[in-house]
Design a protein around this ligand. Structure first.
Ligand code: ANZ
Ligand code: ZN
Length: 811
């Protein structure tokens, strides 16, 4: 059987419950999964919870509860909401990233990354001082999303700053080339066919490329005329051919801060500008970029080609981490430089472009130029000073730590579980709240057994979503399907109570092996993963089009290089949903009171109507505002469709020709609609058909009503079941095969059968085409015919039957 992996981006189970935007994604997933099942595919359609992260931690702080208690309530609620919407997900595969069984595997993958090196022999995970957002009033480190655009802390309003802290960083830049290259086609290891290609929306491919931002340019050396401390520097440029037009140089504030550290005497104005710029958030910097603020440093640079002298400015539109942090200003050819020159009254030259290679040759002779490839992509700061994340499974040991000072945990000591804390508020040192739990922090070195200290940073929200699509294929969680006992009212539930049966398998491996996770991966996980991946479909929101996809692709590539997977790309066909806006056209937001709650609309209009409406509201990939009247319209449509089955004469022996044609059209419309995510056209087709059916003289046969029931079933499973029963069938059309065009008789629906009595022609009767094969059926109809009855005296003793043509009754 052919497999079909229909994956939806799993939700963050917030306390607010499911959003109608979620419903738009997951209804599409469910429609596709139901359809492919009926088509005879072996389908995987899983669901899980991306449940670590800041909102749960903040809600926990606010309500004085532990996130471990809040999160299961939230996802139990999500699950029950989804069930109300009749999402037929593989609940036996349900997972939560916050489950210790799950994050034990996340930790194991982390350790695999920790041990890995890139092609140049660099560790993929390293430690570095990184500035974090810092609120001086709350004395706490902040996530980017907690800092408002004006640089203030969203909770207390204080102006935030930066604080240097050592952090774990993932060297994703080592994979920049692969991340770029594979967007155009990739190679699978040991599979046929060996080559494959992503089928993703062009816009998302472009966003990936832009984020990686590969630039081939050059570094050019400039001398400084008037400083003994700053004698020379290099600019990065992609336009060496414009070097003739340089009329100033701009330096990133961070670079100027370095000169000051080295003893350069800056003016008061420069110092003030640099200080302000360095403390600004990225967003505020971007704002400043628009204004093209900047200050003259007083230093003068010499153009290496023309020997002209130009002023050096410090300005925050130049980024420290991009290129070299030094830019040659060419206002004639560069828009940003032009805006800057205009604002600061700098020279705008008017000169022709140079010959690139000639300039390159001339400058390289004196060693003033070097080719350079740069990327916009930065290494990934992987640690968070937070409680509600996966603990990083590393231990600091003075005696046997590696170059980072740490020893990785042994596999048999995984999962390293989060302790259940009383206080999980941020600390005033910027460290994670875990650092306060001395029983947890102080431990034994897994290597030498001496006194050691645990890493107290946790992983970022992204970690769990980097591999969940690999987990579903082997995940087993019977216990999750037990609805009772984990009810919303029970506040004592611990995540550990939900231990999935996958843990039992891991425990077996722990008994017999020193590397239980690796063995488990090879023997249990890989066979399942290899069967199902790459995922055939990946449906989700465009807001994850950059980072989530990039990080997940990165992990998969590392696992591929470690020979732990045979495919370097996890998501074959990606589709992104359009946003569902509120009725007023704005984003849905609690503060505007314009949020539509799926529970309310399901209770009021029924799950089928909500499903249909979400799929009908507009082209699935385009943003659209909620429209309650259109939702009522779908409810009416369903009522009309079902009511028609009860109207006398609407279901008959054969389908009227026009309706039959419409049904044939609908069938292909729905197939195409589902396979191309043009769900709205499928539903429009259904509505058209029902309208026709309701008009005077139009009749549907039972056989064709069954076809309609099957076609409706992926979208509106309840209504489809009623249609199915109206056609005289039992059970659920969802369990039936899809009506393939070739197997449904859309041609001539009746045939003429000659009836003889004792060899003499007595009547010609019309029999429904597929019943004309059936001797019993035909005899029943023949003997019921008045013209035949007249000639039949007594019992029929013998029947001669030529299927579809003649029946001879011998009396
Ligand atoms: C001279 C020049 C002339 C440039 C011209 C461009 C056009 P993009 O813009 O992505 O193609 N640059 C270099 N380092 C920078 C930094 N740290 N912050 C901001 N801008 C920086 O990147 C390459 C160009 O961006 C470089 O080429 C440089 O300006 C600028 F007509 O040099 B160019
Ligand atoms: Zn040790």
């Amino acid at each position: 059987m052919k497999k079909m992996y229909v994956l939806g981006m799993f939700p963050y189970p917030s306390g607010e419950g499911l959003h109608v935007g979620h419903v738009r994604i997951y209804t599409a997933c469910d429609v596709m999964a139901r359809y492919y099942k009926m088509k005879g595919y072996e389908v995987m359609s899983p669901m899980g919870w991306d449940a670590f992260g800041l909102p749960a931690e903040n809600a926990a702080i606010k309500n004085k509860m532990n996130p471990q208690d809040i999160v299961p309530k939230n996802y139990n609620n999500f699950r029950s909401q989804m069930k109300k919407l009749l999402f037929d997900f593989d609940w036996e595969r349900e997972l939560a990233t916050t489950d210790p069984t799950y994050y034990g595997l996340t930790q194991w993958i982390f350790l695999k990354l920790y041990g890995a090196r890139d092609k140049d022999g660099n560790r993929l995970v390293y430690r570095e001082q990184v500035p974090i957002n810092w609120c001086p009033k709350c004395k706490t480190g902040l996530a980017n999303e907690e800092v408002l655009a004006d640089g203030t802390h969203e909770r207390c309003g204080a102006v935030t700053g930066k604080k240097l802290l050592p952090q774990w960083v993932m060297r994703i830049t080592s994979y920049a080339e692969e991340l770029l290259r594979d967007l155009d086609g990739f190679e699978l290891r040991g599979r046929t066919p060996r080559l494959s290609k992503l089928d993703w929306p062009r816009g998302i491919l472009e966003m990936q490329r832009n984020w990686i931002g590969k630039k081939e340019g050059v570094r050019v050396k400039f001398q400084v005329k008037n400083s003994s401390i700053m004698q020379e520097f290099e600019v990065f440029t992609t336009r060496l051919d414009t070097i003739d037009g340089v009329s100033f140089v701009v330096v990133a504030p961070e670079k100027v801060a370095e000169w000051i550290k080295r003893g350069w005497e800056a003016s008061y104005e420069v110092k003030a500008y640099v200080e302000a710029a360095v403390n600004k958030t990225e967003q505020a910097r971007l704002e400043g970029e628009k204004d093209k603020t900047g200050v003259e440093t007083g230093l003068v640079a010499i153009n290496p080609l023309t020997k002209e002298e130009v002023p050096i400015y410090v300005a925050d539109y130049v980024l420290a981490e991009y290129g070299t942090g030094y830019v040659m200003g060419v206002p004639q050819y560069d828009e940003r430089d032009k805006a800057f020159a205009t604002k600061h009254q700098l020279l705008i030259k008017d000169i022709p472009l140079l010959d690139y290679e000639a300039v390159f040759a001339q400058l390289s002779e004196v060693g003033a130029v070097d080719r350079e490839v740069t990327y916009h992509l930065r290494d990934w700061v992987f640690s968070r000073q937070r409680y509600w994340g996966e603990p990083i499974p590393l231990v600091y040991c003075k005696k046997c730590g590696d170059e980072n000072g740490v020893v990785p945990l042994a596999e048999k000591d995984l999962p390293l579980t989060l302790p259940y804390l009383e206080s999980y508020e941020p600390t005033d040192t910027g460290e994670s709240p875990l650092s306060r739990v001395s029983e947890w922090v102080n431990c034994k070195c897994p290597r030498c057994g001496g006194a050691a200290r645990r890493e107290t940073d946790t992983m970022p929200n992204w970690a769990g979503s980097c591999w969940y699509f690999l987990a579903y294929p082997f995940w087993q969680s019977e216990k999750y399907t037990i609805e009772s006992g984990f009810g919303v009212a029970d506040s004592k539930v611990r995540l550990q109570d939900l231990t999935p049966s996958t843990q039992a398998v891991l425990d077996e491996y722990k008994k017999k092996s020193e590397t239980p996770y690796t063995d488990f991966w090879e023997e249990v996980a890989i066979p399942a993963i290899e069967k199902w991946l790459p995922a055939d479909w990946y449906l989700g929101g465009a807001e994850h089009a950059v980072l989530h996809l990039l990080y997940a692709r990165f992990w998969v590539k590392v696992l591929y290089d470690l020979k732990l997977l045979s495919f370097p790309e996890p998501f074959l066909r990606l589709r992104s949903v359009g946003m569902v806006l509120a009725e007023d056209g704005r984003k849905m937001s609690k503060s505007w009171g314009n949020v539509i709650n799926p529970d309310d609309v399901v209770a009021r209009y029924g799950s089928d109507a909500v499903r249909l409406y979400e799929m009908f509201m507009g082209p699935w990939d385009q943003a659209i505002a909620w429209d309650s009247r259109a939702l009522v319209g779908q409810q009416r449509f369903l009522e009309r469709m079902l009511e028609t089955t009860r109207v006398k004469g609407k279901i008959g022996e054969s389908t009227s020709p026009k309706l039959k044609m419409q049904l044939a059209k609908l069938l292909s419309q729905v197939e195409r609609g589902i396979e191309e995510q043009k769900f709205n056209t499928s539903i429009a087709g259904m509505m058209e058909l029902v309208n026709l059916w309701r008009s005077e003289g139009e009749v549907i046969s039972r056989e064709h009503l069954e076809v309609l029931a099957r076609v409706v079933s992926p979208f509106a499973p309840k209504a489809a079941k009623e249609l199915w029963q109206a056609a005289g069938q039992e059970g659920d059309p969802a369990n039936e095969a899809w009506p393939e065009m070739e197997t449904v008789d859309f041609s001539e629906t009746t045939v003429k059968v000659v009836v003889q009595v004792n060899g003499k022609l007595r009547a010609v009767i019309e029999v429904i085409s597929d019943k004309a094969q059936d001797q019993e059926e035909v005899v029943k109809m023949a003997t019921a015919d008045e013209r035949v009855k007249k000639h039949l005296k007594g019992e029929v003793k013998q029947v001669v039957f030529v299927p579809r043509r003649v029946v001879n009754l011998v009396g």
